[in-house]
Design a protein around this ligand. Structure first.
Ligand SMILES: C[S@@+](CC[C@H](N)C(=O)[O-])C[C@H]1O[C@@H](n2cnc3c(N)ncnc32)[C@H](O)[C@@H]1O
Length: 369
């Protein structure tokens, strides 16, 4: 236990060293440690890992031991030699072939987000994102900064879908969306052919629009609500990249529409999903967007907002407070409480506002026109 002073110093050290923990995780993913161990028929020693990854024996041993203490690896001693294997956590989330792999998000966090966080104090001082400081790019047009190169755009698009591999199904099942049957996809790139072929029937009801790029939530909608149709509405460069790199099946239940949701006509639909979109923007921009959605929405239709929600008093949970700071360093927005989203939705004319109430890392709010 230790004295209160010891405990306080322990906590301080834990916080101060938090970035080292993240870097251990990022480096082990970048080097391919978890993929290598997933493919090995038996646990491997540090020398064998180093030989196969082309890394130093010394550095590899230190990294693997740190991973073991973080429970990212299991270690057993055979004839006095340590041998490493994946744990359930790393097998589920840190191996590329896993259906719940988070590797693309971790890559984005390590190579992009981390660099913006290096300027957190400046972001707090200025009250604005740090693309200028971190990457030397102007951020007057937010997504021109986010998508400052094709590589960065693809990295972002791939990263964003990872969390929905884990939470997407639960979120899309929070409300019964079967009365909004035609679904608008944000990247049908990962739609398995088998699922696509189950949804080939032409839409019988109006479209459900999903602004965004990943397509993973739309895929869950297609799986939960067979017969639906999905339209992906996103910026032209995102739609082009999705079509070029991820080859959605032509004529399937997923279609793309390129445009700027602040300026261009929105497709008529009976449900619009705004997943991690409002948190990118100021209240003023959110109001503008929601008013446009309300105008385009059919009577009886609605909007599904998917976001990480702050507690009603804003005092937690910590992960959402940290995401809010992340919005500060990377966007123009913030995370909000349910009441703040309710107020934005009501001001745009939406009614019957319902909370999903799951209080997971992400939650859904459904509102009707
Ligand atoms: C934070 S991402 C969320 C993506 C997806 N909804 C998800 O949850 O994974 C925000 C999305 O909004 C899109 N976006 C940003 N500004 C836009 C605009 N003016 N018009 C259309 N889409 C826009 C981005 O390209 C991106 O796909």
């Amino acid at each position: 236990m230790g004295s209160p002073e010891d405990q306080a110093f322990g906590l301080l050290s834990e916080y101060a060293n938090g970035f080292m923990v993240s870097q251990v995780l990022f480096a082990a993913c970048d080097l391919g440690v978890f993929d290598l161990l997933a493919q090995a028929p038996e646990p491997l020693g540090a020398a064998a890992v180093a030989a196969r990854l082309g890394t130093s024996g010394h550095g590899t041993e230190l990294l693997l031991d740190a991973c073991a203490s973080l429970r990212l690896l299991a270690v057993e001693t055979q004839a006095g030699q340590a041998a490493y294997a994946n744990t359930a956590l790393s097998a589920a989330y840190l191996v590329s072939a896993s259906p719940t792999s988070q590797l693309d998000m971790l890559r984005y966090l390590g190579r992009t987000t981390y660099l913006c966080w290096a300027h957190l104090a400046e972001a707090v001082r200025q009250g604005r994102n740090q693309y200028g400081q971190a990457f030397g790019v102007p951020s007057g047009d937010l997504f021109a900064a986010v998508y400052r190169s094709e590589g960065e755009r693809l990295r972002f698009m791939r990263a964003l879908q990872d969390v929905w591999r884990v939470h997407g199904r639960r979120l899309m099942a929070t409300f019964d969306l079967s009365t909004f049957p035609v679904i608008c996809d944000l990247g049908g790139e990962y739609l398995p052919v088998a699922r696509a072929s189950r949804c080939q029937a032409p839409p019988r009801r109006p479209a459900l629009s999903v602004p965004g790029c990943s397509g993973a939530l739309a895929r869950e909608c297609l799986s939960l609500y067979p017969g639906c149709q999905v339209t992906v509405f996103d910026l032209p460069e995102v739609v082009l990249a999705a079509k070029t790199h991820f080859s959605p099946p032509e004529g399937g239940p997923i279609g793309f529409l390129a445009g700027d949701f602040f300026k261009d006509p929105l497709p008529e639909a009976d449900l619009y999903i705004l997943a991690r979109v409002l948190h990118d923007w100021t209240d003023q921009a959110c109001s503008q967007l929601l008013a446009r959605v309300h105008q385009a929405c059919r009577a009886g239709g609605g909007v599904l907002v998917v976001e990480s929600l702050l507690d009603s008093d804003g005092r937690g949970p910590l992960p959402t407070q940290l995401y809010s700071l992340n919005m500060l360093v990377q966007t123009e927005g913030r995370e909000r409480t349910p009441a703040q989203y309710h107020a934005l939705l009501a001001a745009a004319g939406f009614r019957d506002i319902q909370d999903g109430g799951t209080r997971g890392l992400y939650d859904a709010i459904l509102a009707r026109k």
